[in-house]
Design a binder for this molecule. Structure first.
Ligand SMILES: *Cc1c(COP(=O)(O)O)cnc(C)c1O
Length: 434
């Protein structure tokens, strides 16, 4: 058995989502990845203790740091994304907040796009400033120059989402990455809505990709988790901007090794400092559920986007609907960018619509949908609907929420994997009476 599918980098996406990163010979040849439901592991010997605790040997002593089940998940997602290393955490917010804490210290700045997930928005506006990191939101995220204008001497990262929420706006990743690199800073991308199947931001210059794995990666709405992946070629050491990276490198180069640190300095630092000290660890059971979900990621996403395009076209032609925001539609202002980043109209499966009849019409749709579940989640195999103004964007200033495409008559849909005809029939009966 010389051939090892789990480390064959030439295999296609769907093959890797089933095999990458898992060597059965290290796990009693179990075909499903075993769940190591153990809080700690035996050290074995005095010498090994020194190797483990100096990080010279990659192994598990205590689960907050790593777990063999989770290690397979991390390797699998790194492979799907085309990165050198990944770190799984207890939630998408844990992954995003730790990634940014890993980059910025008091006195530093982060530049971010405006239409971002509510949790990230609050983290940027309320929490980070308390720790001395201020965040500048770009004036116009449709214009890459606006990112350039927002940068300052102390900016340590640009943060964007690949598909904004709920406007489904698309940022020109490649141009923003070029701006970031011209200033020696990384581009950090939340790719939750797109998944590595539809879009791999590294191919357009991003340096770090974060996920709420709670959504499409899991796909079945049964756990909460997050993952960060590192591309592996950013130069953290040469430009004097990341003193804590330099210190970390000096502290660990003789044990972890210069080659490994050259490839995954960001991830090692995030694991040893933030995962270990803040403790937002993922349970091995959750890692297992995630891998189960990821086994069908490409199949589900094909179905999600096909259904989404059909539903979007139906809604666009309906008299009760004022407008539909879905970048796969030629009427979308983001259609040109979608053609580049999501060829074939495959621009994810989230969309929003506004009702001609205002708030009352939107309320009636929420009351009357039968297949669509009224919930704030997205990215489940089952379809969902929500009223952002009174949930995900609750309490925002009017101009802030309207800039993100949230009006009182806005509804957001997350299109699932059901039969498209059934989804359309459900929306049709809900819209008819409004
Ligand atoms: C849900 C979500 C998050 C937060 O993830 P959790 O797993 O809920 O912590 C971050 N970004 C986006 C785009 C999301 O949809």
């Amino acid at each position: 058995m010389a051939y090892k599918a789990f480390e064959d980098k030439t295999l296609g996406f769907s093959t890797r989502q089933l095999h990458a990163g898992y060597d059965p010979s290290e796990h009693h040849l179990a075909k499903a990845v075993p769940i190591y439901q153990s809080a700690a592991f035996e050290i074995g010997s005095y010498e090994r203790s020194i190797r483990l605790f100096s990080y010279q040997e990659e192994g598990t002593s205590y689960v907050r740091f790593s777990n063999p089940t989770t290690t397979v998940l991390e390797r699998r997602v790194a492979s799907l994304e085309g990165g050198t290393a990944a770190i799984a955490m207890g939630s998408g917010m844990a992954a995003i907040s730790s990634a940014l804490l890993n980059l910025a210290s008091p006195g530093d700045n982060i530049v971010a796009s405006r239409t971002i997930y509510g949790g990230s928005d609050t983290f940027f506006k309320k929490l980070l400033p308390r720790y001395g990191v201020n965040v500048t939101f770009v004036a116009n995220e449709d214009d890459p120059e606006s990112f350039e204008a927002a940068l300052s001497e102390n900016t340590k990262a640009i943060f964007i989402e690949t598909i904004g929420n709920p406007l489904c706006n698309i940022i020109d990743i490649e141009r923003v990455a070029k701006i970031a690199h011209a200033h020696n800073i990384p581009l950090v991308v939340d790719n939750t809505f797109a998944t590595p199947y539809l879009l791999r931001p590294f191919e357009y210059g991003a340096d770090i990709v974060c996920y709420s794995a709670t959504k499409y990666l899991n796909g079945h709405g049964n756990s909460i988790a997050g993952i960060c992946v590192e591309k592996g070629d950013f130069d953290w050491l040469g430009n004097g901007k990341y003193p804590y990276m330099e210190t970390f490198y000096e502290e660990h180069k003789n044990t972890i090794g210069e080659e490994t640190l050259g490839r995954e300095l960001f991830t090692k630092k995030m694991r040893i400092e933030y995962l270990t000290e803040l403790g937002a660890h993922i349970s091995p059971q959750t890692s297992f559920y995630l891998m189960q979900g990821i086994e069908t990621l490409s199949l589900r996403m094909d179905r999600h986007v096909r259904n989404a395009l059909e539903v979007a076209k139906f809604l666009e032609g309906h008299a009760a609907v004022k407008e539909v925001s879905y970048p796969g539609l030629p009427s979308s202002k983001y259609f040109e960018l979608a053609k580049k980043y999501f060829p074939g109209g495959r621009a994810g499966a989230i969309m929003s619509l506004r009702m001609n009849g205002g708030l009352e019409a939107a309320k009636r749709v929420l009351d009357r949908v039968r297949l669509f579940d009224y919930m704030v989640n997205v990215g489940d195999a089952k379809s969902m609907i929500v009223h952002p103004a009174t949930s995900t964007n609750f309490g925002q200033l009017k101009e802030v929420s309207e800039a993100a495409g949230v009006y009182e008559d806005t509804l957001r849909l997350s299109i699932g994997c059901e039969d498209a005809e059934d989804l359309i029939a459900d929306l049709e009966q809900a819209l008819k009476q409004s």
